[in-house]
Design a binder for this molecule. Structure first.
Ligand SMILES: Nc1ncnc2c1ncn2[C@@H]1O[C@H](COP(=O)(O)OP(=O)(O)OP(=O)(O)O)[C@@H](O)[C@H]1O
Ligand SMILES: [Mg+2]
Length: 405
């Protein structure tokens, strides 16, 4: 068995807190005390982190830098050599181990499903340990399989070997959630799947967290995953030393050291765009008119505007397309046949990275932003996106400088 302690967790009574703060207070772990005396660095050195309740903290760094060790000290699979870990202000060392682990869901690095148990029994591991009635165990297992997107009627009776790697990882997540623990430790939960499945699992995970709002310590060595999932990110280097602990936008805009800069990569400007949504940018405006409006006035307004196009809208204000200024007639009414180009429609949730890549491919490099009903809200241009990133980089640098004094 890869791990003897899968996720004991509290029963899902309403008194269970749904999130807790997690704090590392000068935590050091040296596996080999003799090497440590000789001056070798430990697996984790003087780690201090404070993670607010209900947030995702991603621990990211190269292999062997102490990520798994840090996680395992939270549920006391490993005891620190020095320092304390506090859950909601209480030192975990003072708590009964079994009771402590009931409140901590744990997804281990290689899923660690029990091969001779069905998927349903795997998911119900903790409820079974807690002695829940059979029917309630089953019900909970089925519910959670649904939550992680595995149809219970298809998966519940199968065995782990009959699932794909990505499906097994979802079962691992379902098992960790089984008793609704306020804290989740997730060690590379999406490590073993291809990029497309990984992306889907990440999106589902974020959606799930919107409802669950648990405190999650999430380990990865993939910086893109860290940026996408973390509310805060701790960038580790060898010897369990944190080089930077900050929200992803700040790490990208103002890496605290050479190491962090290299780790986040030369494309950090582009990565930052994936953190910002159209919603966060002040939109520009194009001259607009509705099909059927008088051409003379529309032409006059377009002339006065710096854009050489007019955006034609339908009766519900939904964009039809761009009319070239040169093609606007001096009189008569505007109609669809004047439209010579369209450009990508964006909504408030589109990331600037997606917006930019759509714009670079479009006939007219102006993104048209629409609301939920598809009605015109404003425009966004490549220049605006570039300006926005320059501005936020400056702001983040100022904040980082202020923080380091
Ligand atoms: N039980 C152990 N005894 C001795 N050394 C250990 C033990 N477990 C881990 N280590 C060492 O401690 C360091 C940190 O290991 P850890 O498993 O925390 O790394 P990690 O960041 O999770 O790496 P990976 O990304 O490869 O999973 C490594 O140098 C590892 O060899
Ligand atoms: Mg590890």
């Amino acid at each position: 068995m890869p791990d003897p302690t899968p996720t004991p967790a509290a029963n899902a009574s309403s008194s269970t807190p749904h999130a807790a703060t997690v704090e590392f207070d000068h935590v050091t772990k040296t596996y080999d005390p003799r090497a440590a005396k000789a001056g070798a660095p430990g697996a984790v050195n003087d780690l201090s982190l404070s993670i607010p309740a209900g947030r995702i903290c991603v621990l990211v760094g190269p292999s062997g830098c102490g990520k798994t060790t840090s996680l395992k000290m939270v549920n006391r699979l490993i005891e620190p050599t020095k320092g304390r870990i506090l859950l909601d202000g209480v030192d975990v060392a003072t708590r009964d181990v079994t009771e402590l682990r009931r409140g901590i869901g744990y997804v281990i690095q290689q899923t660690g499903l029990f091969p001779h148990q069905t998927i349903e029994d795997n998911v119900a591991t903790v409820p079974r340990l807690l002695g829940w009635p059979k029917a309630r165990q089953k019900e909970r297992a089925q519910e959670l399989l649904g939550v992680v997107g595995l149809d219970p009627s298809r998966y519940a009776r199968r065995y782990p070997a009959q699932l794909s790697g990505g499906e097994r990882q979802r079962v691992g997540v379902a098992r960790a959630l089984a008793a609704d623990p306020p804290v989740m430790l997730m060690d590379e939960p999406f490590g073993a799947v291809d990029p497309i499945v990984r992306e889907r699992l990440q999106n589902e995970f974020l959606r799930l967290q919107e409802q669950l709002a648990k405190t999650i310590l999430f380990v990865t060595h993939d910086i893109d995953e860290a940026i996408k999932l973390g509310d805060v990110v701790a960038v580790f280097r060898d010897g369990g030393i944190v080089e930077q602990f900050a929200p992803p936008a700040e790490i990208l805009a103002a890496p605290a050291s050479e190491f962090v800069a290299r780790f986040v990569g030369a494309d950090r400007g582009l990565k930052r765009l994936s953190l910002t949504r159209v919603n966060d940018v002040e939109l520009g405006h194009a001259p607009t008119a509705r099909a059927g409006d008088g051409a003379a006035d529309a032409r006059e307004r377009t002339r006065r505007n710096e854009l050489p196009y007019l955006l034609l809208l339908d009766a519900e204000d939904r964009p039809i397309g761009w009319v070239d200024e040169a093609r606007l007639p001096a009189e008569g009414q505007l109609g669809d046949r004047l439209v010579s180009a369209t450009s990508p429609l964006l909504d408030r949730r589109t990331t600037l990275k997606d917006a930019l890549s759509m714009l670079l491919d479009a006939d007219v490099q102006i993104g048209v932003v629409v609301d939920r009903r598809g009605a015109y809200r404003g425009i966004i241009t490549v220049e605006q996106i570039a300006g926005f990133t320059r501005e936020t980089a400056r702001e983040a640098q100022v904040r980082a400088d202020a923080a380091t004094g």
